[in-house]
Ligand binder design. Structure first.
Ligand code: SAH
Length: 238
């Protein structure tokens, strides 16, 4: 499946290896990322690993060496799928979705969005045969300390986070840089009309039009929320 439209500049390209290509583009085909896909700012191709499965049943998995529960994605099948979908010398980072991987951060997302695109490999079952990770230069990336049943939702999250940062995707440039994590802090609270709602008023400072005071209030709120909820972010920042 190829969701790209012709575009004068080479788009940021995502290639996904999955046992469920029909899951894509999924939510990425709607809203901000969907508009950007239709406009050719990015492109997506999802490839079925099973097309490289073995035998009449196109087997992709086998029992774990050494015994134990579950099944493991075969290295030969996955490597064949990667080789068919990704040309030799393709400069894009190759990420394997994995709960054992380095946790994804906004900083990493930003640098990935500034590159040529991504190759994303979605695991299933117990995971993939370890040998294909080194054999095809895959980097394990986790979206958090919990276990999903497959890498597809994780790949979609990586793509969602990257695509919204591509030039021309978000309306106002600053809506990308003031957000949670971009400055090592959580974002300040937002309000809009009505001014009073169920006895709760918008903070007075936001209604006064004093931009310096508003900036100070937002910085203070941002710091307060980060201290309360994510003190680890403050110690992480140099
Ligand atoms: N047995 C493995 C979990 C396999 S879950 C373990 O304990 O580490 C099946 C697949 O879902 C994985 O191969 C991976 O591609 C995906 N997955 C599960 N949790 C994930 C997470 N937190 N981040 C990224 N991918 C994840």
């Amino acid at each position: 499946m190829d969701c790209a439209l012709p575009s004068p500049v080479p788009p940021w390209r995502a290639t996904v290896l999955t046992l469920y290509p029909e899951m894509f583009p999924g939510h990425l085909g709607l809203s901000l990322s969907g508009d950007a896909l239709a406009r050719g700012i990015w492109a997506l191709d999802a490839h079925d690993i099973r097309a490289h499965g073995l035998g009449r049943h196109r087997a992709v998995d086998d029992t774990p060496a050494g015994g134990g529960a579950g099944m493991v994605l075969r290295c030969d099948v996955l490597a064949a799928a990667i080789d068919a979908a990704v040309p030799a010398g393709d400069p894009r980072p190759r990420l394997l979705m994995s709960p054992r991987g380095r946790p994804l951060t906004q900083g990493r997302v930003r640098s990935l969005s500034e590159g040529p695109g991504l190759v994303l490999v979605c695991g299933r079952f117990e995971g993939v045969d370890e040998r294909v990770i080194a054999g095809r230069g895959l980097e394990e990336v986790s979206i958090g300390d919990y276990v999903l049943s497959g890498g597809e939702p994780a790949a979609m999250i990586v793509l969602d986070a990257c695509v919204r940062l591509l030039p021309g995707v978000m309306g106002r440039a600053e809506s990308g840089v003031e957000e949670s994590f971009e400055s090592g802090r959580l974002e300040y609270p937002h309000y809009t009309r009505p001014r009073d709602w169920e006895g709760r008023a918008i903070p007075e400072v936001l209604m006064g039009g004093n931009h310096a005071a508003i900036r100070r209030w937002r910085e203070a709120e941002s710091l307060r929320l980060t201290r309360e909820r994510r003190p680890d972010l403050l110690t992480d920042v140099v």
